[in-house]
Every structure is written in structure tokens, then in C-alpha cells.
Design a protein around this ligand. Structure first.
Ligand SMILES: Nc1ncnc2c1ncn2[C@@H]1O[C@H](COP(=O)(O)OP(=O)(O)O)[C@@H](O)[C@H]1O
Ligand SMILES: [Mg+2]
Length: 334
């Protein structure tokens, strides 16, 4: 790439809540998981949270659906551990109510009646407040000696189009209860989300629309006084042409004779159709490299740290997530 990735900053190293967003399908779940594993290196405890009810984490790690409980997900070299939690708005509401009002049996009845669904449908903002409230509780929880339960929490968040609204707890609260425990709790959530302890990372692909969405999301986050973290450029593919030859090749000026002599040197005797095919492929590759370079330059203009994750043609599983995490560490994640 022409613009080298700029890596992790000291500011990001101090963040405890890493929110990962991006255009749908760009690799939020993959990126969040790789980041969680990377942060858990060196013996740290990290919680990976999902809020969309998709069970993407369970799928990625090839295990049965996660319950509404913090469960062991994977061990990391050096004694670290990633735990996972699938937060569900209904369970969070029951937990919340039972914390402040002793519901007990009534809570179970509520659940059976579908009252929770009713309540969250009535006040859509309530759902997000409950989810972010649970995340905040995980970030700030301490043990009896005052040590944080988790060194870091990584949130596999809603996509860029919805993330600013999701994190705008203040606005949601304006539509909800004016008084009471939910208001007090939400003030703590607002403080955390707008503090230096939180960063919102953006997963992007080197394609026009994801790049545009990423830049728009950065503006939206800035406007909402939320802190954009790093850009995680996902699915980066190898460049197979020397940097100086990309523009020439993209113009279609590929020297067929050069291709033939190269193949002859390798002991091959290519048919003319094969040579034409190779030349076409080279031009196509050069065009792709050029547009990806332009996309990278556009992304870099946001002025955020940039990290890269390679495309893995065979797909993603738990083992690959650990490999991606190693690459993030090489780029400074700590
Ligand atoms: N670096 C990568 N290389 C290859 N496939 C990837 C990569 N990152 C994501 N994918 C695949 O792309 C799809 C979407 O990724 P996912 O992380 O689920 O995105 P999101 O959470 O944003 O919807 C999945 O099938 C995933 O396996
Ligand atoms: Mg996902």
C-alpha cells in the first residue's frame, strides 16, 4: 500500500471499551474478535460482547449459541483469556428491574407475558439504553480488591448507519423516564461513552461505498462527541506488481513479450491464448490495485490510525482469528 498503516497509539492503549462498527458485512464480528484476542495477549482478561442477537461470535468460534452469561471463549498465549457475552435487551431489562425492584416471580411472569417486548417496542430507545447499560456494567465492574473484572471490553456493535444513534444514550433518555434509577445509571453510561476510556473503531473495505460510509461515520461520531478510534482495513489483498509498474499496467501497457520470456525462463512454452489471458489478468489486477490505493488514500484523510487485516480466501474460523490477532499486535495493538 502507498500509505503505510499507522498503527496503534498510546491513547488507544489506554482505552477500556473498544466499540467496533462498520458497514454491514465488512467484518465487524471478525475484526472485533481479532481485536479482543490481540488485547488479551500478555495475560489480560477481555470480554467480547455482541448486542445484535445474531450469535455471530458463537458461529465464528464454532460453538453452540451463547447464553446471556459471560462464558469462556478462547485462551490466548501468555495466560490471557477472552470471554464472550451475547446481551439480549429482554434479559437486560429483567436483570435491571430485579436489581432495583425486587421482582422475583413477577419478573418471570412478565417474561411469559411478553411484557418486555411490549415495553421495548413502546420505547425503542429503551432497548439501546439497556444494552449500553449492560456493557457499561461490564466495563466498570470490580472485584472485592477493587480490580477491574476485565482489562478491556470489545463491543461488536451495530453497523455504521445506526451506531451513533445506538451510542446516543442522552437522546434516548430524553424520551424515557425523567427520574429514577434508569436515569442515574444512564448518566454513568454517557460519561463512559464520551470519555477517553471509549473508542469507536471502524472496519472498512477498500471499496468505494464502505470507504464513503466510514468517512461519514467519522463525521457523525465527531458531531456526537464520540471518539473515533482506528480504521481497521479488512480483507486487504496482496499486490503482485512492483509499485512502479501499476500505473503502466493499469493503462493496458503490459509487455506481452516480457510475459512470454518470463514464462520461457521458467521452462514453459505458453500458447498465445494463455499469454493474452495473463496480460488481461495483469491489467485487471493493476486496475484493482490502483482503485484500492485511492481508497486507502481517502481513508487516510480521516487522520485516524490505520490497521490492516489480510483477506483470507479460505474464510474465517477461530484459528484464523488468532492469526489475525497476531497481525494486529505486530501493528501495535496492546
Ligand atoms: N479478512 C477476511 N478474509 C476473508 N473473509 C472474511 C474476512 N473478514 C470477514 N470475512 C467474511 O466476511 C463475512 C462477513 O464478516 P463478518 O465479520 O461477519 O462481518 P459483519 O460482522 O460486519 O457482518 C463472513 O463470512 C466472514 O467470514
Ligand atoms: Mg457481525
Amino acid at each position: 500500500m502507498t500509505t503505510p498503516p499507522s498503527g496503534w497509539t498510546d491513547e488507544l492503549a489506554r482505552v477500556r471499551l473498544h466499540v467496533v462498527t462498520g458497514k454491514g458485512g465488512t467484518g465487524k464480528t471478525t475484526g472485533a474478535a481479532a481485536l479482543a484476542v490481540a488485547l488479551a495477549h500478555g495475560g489480560r482478561r477481555v470480554l467480547l460482547v455482541e448486542v445484535e442477537g445474531r450469535q455471530g461470535l458463537a458461529q465464528l468460534f464454532g460453538r453452540s449459541p451463547l447464553p446471556y452469561a459471560e462464558e469462556h471463549l478462547t485462551r490466548v498465549p501468555g495466560g490471557g483469556e477472552v470471554r464472550a457475552l451475547a446481551v439480549d435487551a429482554e434479559a437486560a431489562l429483567l436483570e435491571y428491574l430485579s436489581m432495583f425492584y425486587n421482582l422475583g416471580f413477577a419478573g418471570r411472569t412478565l417474561r411469559k407475558m411478553g411484557a418486555i417486548e411490549f415495553a421495548t417496542t413502546l420505547a425503542p430507545g429503551l432497548r439501546d439504553v439497556l444494552l449500553t447499560g449492560k456493557v457499561k456494567e461490564c466495563v466498570t465492574r470490580t472485584d472485592s480488591r477493587g480490580r477491574h473484572a476485565y482489562d478491556a471490553v470489545v463491543l461488536d456493535a451495530p453497523p455504521t448507519g445506526r451506531v451513533a444513534k445506538f451510542l446516543d444514550v442522552t437522546r434516548a433518555m430524553a424520551d424515557l423516564a425523567k427520574v429514577g434509577p434508569i436515569r442515574d445509571q444512564s448518566e454513568g453510561v454517557v460519561r463512559l461513552l464520551h470519555s477517553g476510556e471509549t473508542a469507536v473503531h471502524l472496519v472498512a473495505l477498500l471499496e468505494e461505498l464502505p470507504v464513503q460510509e466510514t468517512l461519514e461515520a467519522v463525521d457523525e461520531l465527531d458531531a456526537a462527541d464520540l471518539r473515533p478510534g482506528a480504521v481497521l482495513v479488512n480483507r486487504v489483498r496482496p499486490v503482485r506488481l512492483p509499485a512502479g509498474e501499476v500505473d503502466t499496467a493499469a493503462r493496458g501497457a503490459v509487455d506481452a513479450e516480457h510475459v512470454v520470456s518470463g514464462l520461457r525462463n521458467a521452462g514453459l512454452d505458453p500458447a498465445p491464448a494463455v499469454v493474452t489471458g495473463l496480460v488481461d489478468q495483469t491489467v485487471e489486477h493493476a486496475l484493482r490495485v490502483r482503485s484500492e490505493r485511492a481508497a486507502m488514500t481517502q481513508l487516510a484523510a480521516a487522520g485516524l490510525p490505520v490497521l490492516e487485516l489480510p483477506d483470507r480466501p479460505d474464510g474465517i474460523d477461530a484459528g484464523v482469528v488468532h492469526e489475525l490477532a497476531e497481525l494486529l499486535i505486530e501493528q501495535g495493538v496492546r
